[in-house]
Design a protein. Structure first.
Ligand code: ADP
Length: 457
């Protein structure tokens, strides 16, 4: 089989310039990587957990030492403001630590007894795990799969996004410095190479990306009964009730919709605000969004460019459709002419379900607001989506907020805050946002299967 393309042209989205030409893995290289991982998997599982942990502590140290270089690579490749790239690397260090601390409990053999029998339930690694990830958190997302996979005793075949091959290469090189040959492997390329990995001798796939690709992976895995973790994005609602602290809610609306240029699965994608306070809320959001500075990832800015030209095209089309179908654009929403893939952060009101902006994942710097009659109306509209990742509720009435949370079809809900929770709790979605967890004991266990051995008491 011949590849359609031999190289990835890695771009800097702040300038549009090519940073580097990266070789795409050939079919032969994909096959030998998977073979190498298979060969290494038996001996890696035989390494005691405490020794696996010791190696991962070395990775942690190495990442800490090279924090600035990794952060700069993220910023140059996907346009994230440098301070946010540094924060991404800090999150990674935390992820490693949390996973290590939970691993003993997650993988412990449990012993069960009754009058006649003793049963040991062991946690056995899956074998070879393909980790396929997107560009929006090009270090954090891969690490949040690779670490638990390795702790559990699996070997990994990692394919970074074709838009962030250098961030992927950095991660791989750090593992390669410390780990036995074949335990962590890298494959570079896009869809075509992803398909080759899926068709290869893997035992499980851990994937974060678009719903369409996720469905394709689901179908492929179904045929061979391969285990999966799929995280397929979201369309997170933010519900603002009339008794909310409107200033705080407005600040969060802008922050939550624009962080990482809106390219986060849990970005605020739809805002439902009660009629009575809608005008006041929109005005506060307007004041807030006007303060946002956009520009090159390495300048003192709040929001960088879209990560690639294709993504900018999708977002501009959604804005144009909203405009055509009667939504009001109170601020921004235009393409910034010149270098890089920029859009002016937009505040769009009077949107509804007739606009893609409120139904399709946007992944762009847009605050979209729809007015609702009351909380019930907001819940009904918030649930009218295929997705079920996060949601936030803004009100001073905690009891009411918890009642709304119980009605919302989402895996993670924040009350007067974003969706993140206490360290070690899962990152989780429902409905077509996929299944499987990041982090937590549940998350670690997914990289193993239970095996029981019983004998007479
Ligand atoms: P995003 O828009 O977030 O990049 P994609 O689903 O297109 O979402 O890409 C996520 C990851 O999935 C990337 O690493 C991409 O190369 C990979 N990918 C795309 N198509 C396939 C496929 N058919 N099989 C396996 N991986 C794929």
């Amino acid at each position: 089989m011949m590849l359609k393309q031999k190289f990835i042209m890695d771009h800097n989205p702040s300038t549009g310039e090519i940073i580097e030409k990266i070789k795409i893995s050939s079919p032969g290289e994909v096959a030998s990587c998977v073979k190498l991982a298979r060969k290494a998997s038996k001996s890696w599982f035989a390494v005691p957990l405490k020794n696996r942990i010791a190696l991962l502590r070395k990775i942690e140290k190495d990442i800490f030492k090279t924090k600035d270089l990794i952060a700069r690579t993220i910023s140059v490749e996907m346009g994230k403001p440098l301070k946010h790239s540094i924060a991404e690397v800090e999150t990674v260090l935390n992820t490693i630590d949390v996973n290590i601390k939970l691993s003993e409990e997650a993988f412990n053999t449990s012993i069960h007894k009754d009058k006649n029998l003793i049963t040991e339930v062991q946690r056995i690694p899956m074998g070879v795990i393909a980790v396929i990830t997107p560009w929006n958190y090009p270090v954090d997302i891969p690490i949040s799969f690779i670490i638990p996979a390795l702790l559990a005793g699996n070997c990994v075949v990692f394919k970074p996004s074709e838009f962030t091959p250098l961030s992927g290469k950095h991660i791989y090189e750090i593992f390669n410095r410390h780990f036995p040959k074949g335990v962590v492997n890298i494959i570079q390329g896009a869809e075509e190479v992803g398909d080759m990995i899926l068709a290869s001798d893997i035992d499980m796939i851990a994937f974060v990306g678009s719903r369409d690709t996720g469905k394709r992976i689901f179908a492929e895995c179904a045929g061979r009964v391969i285990r999966m973790i799929l995280e397929l994005g979201g369309k997170d609602p933010m519900i603002v009730l009339k008794d909310a602290d409107l200033k705080k809610a407005a600040e969060y609306a802008v922050f939550g919709a624009l962080k990482n240029c809106g390219q986060i699965c849990t970005s605020v994608e739809r805002i439902y605000v009660e009629d009575k306070v809608a005008h006041q809320f929109e005005k506060l959001v307007y004041d807030e969004i006007r303060k946002v500075k956009i520009g090159d990832a390495f300048d003192k800015i709040d929001v960088g460019p879209l990560a690639n030209e294709q993504q900018r095209g999708i977002v501009l089309r959604q804005i144009e459709e909203a405009r055509r179908k009667g939504a009001r654009i109170l601020h921004g929403g235009n393409k910034v002419e010149g270098r890089g893939y920029f859009i002016e952060p937009a505040l769009i009101v009077d949107v509804s379900e007739k606009h893609d902006l409120m139904t399709e994942e946007t992944f762009g710097p847009i605050v979209a607001i729809q007015r609702v009659r009351n909380a019930e109306d907001a819940i009904e509209k918030a649930n009218r989506t295929r997705f079920g990742l996060g949601a936030t509720i803004w009100t001073k009435n905690l009891k009411k907020a918890k009642e709304i949370a119980a009605e919302l079809e989402a895996g993670m809900i924040g009350i007067n805050k974003g969706v993140s929770g206490v360290k070690g709790t899962p990152w989780v979605g429902i409905k077509e946002s996929g299944f499987g967890y990041h982090g937590s004991i549940d998350g670690l266990k997914q990289f193993t299967h239970p095996k029981k051995v019983s004998y007479k008491n």
